[in-house]
Design a protein around this ligand. Structure first.
Ligand SMILES: [Zn+2]
Length: 218
């Protein structure tokens, strides 16, 4: 099974991708990791880091080329999930072309639905243990710290991420909505869209996925 994963920030995309890997053996191909994985000592690697240090997006030409190269490797034969790609319509066209050339087929586009308000709370309320990396949240109440600023698991100090502020979140969410709305419509019209409620815990999201895919394949 080959999937595309579409989700706004803080919808639990990373967790979903690792569940798909652990339970279904799908290889997770993250566009962000592909870009970070290019050797910084090569001209391309230097170019990518320059673009990212200016907080700009790497061009589709570069991303598409890396994606195609990745999809030519043998380990994807038992199924893969694309994470963070395609993120807008020109990349959808590119992935269609790639699939045709490489004789691959995308089965479903999986959309993780979460409201703006909940995603915002997940982002701004997130506190991570500096020792054991356990995630806590003071706004959603999911694993809220029992003692302020201290980890529930090991008692270590909790920290917040620098980029977890409302402005950054707003910009990220707005960009997602603008770019992904046509992508979602495209896959919906093709009958390939699987929509999941990602407002609860990861088990709940994953179980919906198994039920929906199971019923489609019956
Ligand atoms: Zn801890």
């Amino acid at each position: 099974m080959n999937l595309i994963l579409i989700a706004p920030p803080a919808a639990g995309k990373g967790t979903m991708a690792s569940r798909l890997h652990d339970e279904l053996g799908l290889v997770c191909i993250s566009a962000g990791e592909l870009l970070r994985g290019v050797d910084p000592n090569t001209p391309l690697g230097k170019q990518i880091r320059d673009i990212q240090s200016r907080r700009e997006l790497v061009s589709d030409d570069i991303t598409n080329a890396l994606m195609k190269e990745r999809l030519m490797k043998d380990d994807i034969k038992n199924g893969f999930v694309l994470d963070g790609y395609p993120r807008h319509m020109p990349q959808v066209d590119a992935v269609n072309k790639m699939c045709e050339e490489l004789n691959l087929h995308i089965d479903y586009a999986v959309l993780l639905n979460v409201s703006y308000d909940l995603a915002l709370k997940r982002t701004l309320g997130r506190q991570i243990c500096s020792v054991c990396k356990e995630t806590h949240n003071v706004l959603t109440g999911v694993n809220a710290p029992k003692v302020e600023g201290k980890c529930n698991k090991c008692g270590g100090d909790l920290t917040t991420r620098n980029d977890d502020n409302e402005e950054t979140f707003k910009a990220g969410f707005a960009a997602y909505e603008k770019n992904c709305a046509p992508v979602i419509e495209y896959y919906r019209n093709k009958g390939m869209l699987v929509e999941l409620d990602a407002s609860k815990d990861p088990d709940y999201t994953f179980n919906q996925f198994k039920e929906l895919i199971g019923s489609k394949n019956d």
